[in-house]
Design a protein around this ligand. Structure first.
Ligand SMILES: C[S@@+](CC[C@H](N)C(=O)[O-])C[C@H]1O[C@@H](n2cnc3c(N)ncnc32)[C@H](O)[C@@H]1O
Length: 262
């Protein structure tokens, strides 16, 4: 039994209100991850004039942006998938989550905007082998927003390797993750507490619902934080190169890494 997934099931009908109003910089982190994806998928095969290496140089033509295959790992209610389907209307998006409730919301959300080019999977990323069912069609990118910090460290590392196998050579893994940073965590949660108070005042959420959610989260929503340098080391060990942090806010960062071309 994965109690974190039970918690997200409970939270799914209320998730968007909470994320949008109470999670510091939620839009910005998604925008950074999907903005990087846009750069990576539109880089094309041509090098710029100067002699420096072009780290974004792509094995695919620019036209790949017309129909990329993208995996959303831990899609939740589908916010990142929705942003990606707007950026790339011809994309084929596979949206995966361990919570049936979340997947149901993601389906509704993408259907409401008329995105037919998505499929949905329920799978637990902490169970090795989850990637087997997806192995037939390699992805140009895998994106994962606020998910991988819920995996125990062994499962995290296995997940990196399984995702690598699902990527095309030159494909990208792009994640938003919470990481270990004692001061950063305190500052992040202080800001979140202020936003929660504000949301209660504005009538977006009742005090009772917030208290119930907090109690369930404290009991069931597991986080496994490790340092940024530890995360980077694990990505490099799994074979991603380069691996870089491209954005950070207190204890949350956007990490990008690439499957080598050869
Ligand atoms: C904080 S939400 C993020 C959702 C979405 N990516 C977003 O940005 O709004 C975390 C998501 O990860 C999913 N999740 C957590 N642990 C998981 C696991 N072991 N396997 C699959 N999904 C998992 C939860 O069900 C939840 O939808």
């Amino acid at each position: 039994v994965n109690v974190t997934l039970d918690y997200f099931d409970y939270q799914s009908d209320f998730y968007d209100v909470y994320q949008v109003h109470c999670v510091p910089r939620y839009h910005e982190m998604t925008a950074m991850a999907t903005g990087f994806l846009r750069e990576a998928l539109t880089a094309g095969t041509s090098r710029p004039q100067q002699s420096e290496p072009n780290w974004l140089e792509s094995p695919w033509p620019e036209s790949i942006a017309a129909s990329p295959r993208i995996l959303d790992l831990g899609c939740g209610t589908g916010n990142t998938s929705l942003t990606m389907s707007r950026l790339f209307p011809g994309a084929h998006i596979t949206a995966l989550d361990g919570s049936e409730g979340m997947i149901a919301r993601a389906k509704d959300k993408l259907a409401a905007v008329g995105t037919g080019n998505a499929d949905f999977r329920v799978a637990d990323l902490s169970r090795p082998g989850w990637s087997g069912a997806l192995a037939d069609q390699p992805f140009h990118a895998a994106v994962s927003v606020l998910v991988l910090e819920h995996l125990p460290f062994d499962a995290y590392r296995t997940c990196l390797s399984e995702t690598m196998k699902l990527l095309e050579p030159g494909g990208w893994l792009i994640t938003v993750e919470g990481y270990e940073a004692p001061l950063g965590i305190e500052l992040f949660y202080r800001e979140m507490a202020r936003l929660e108070l504000q949301a209660v005042k504005e009538g977006r959420i009742t005090r009772a619902r917030l208290d119930e959610m907090k109690a369930l989260s404290a009991a069931n929503e597991k986080h496994y934080f490790s340092s940024m340098s530890q995360r980077q080391e694990w990505w490099l060990e799994a074979g991603y190169s380069p691996v870089e942090f491209i954005w950070q806010y207190y204890c949350v960062a956007v990490l990008v890494g690439r499957k080598p071309l050869y």
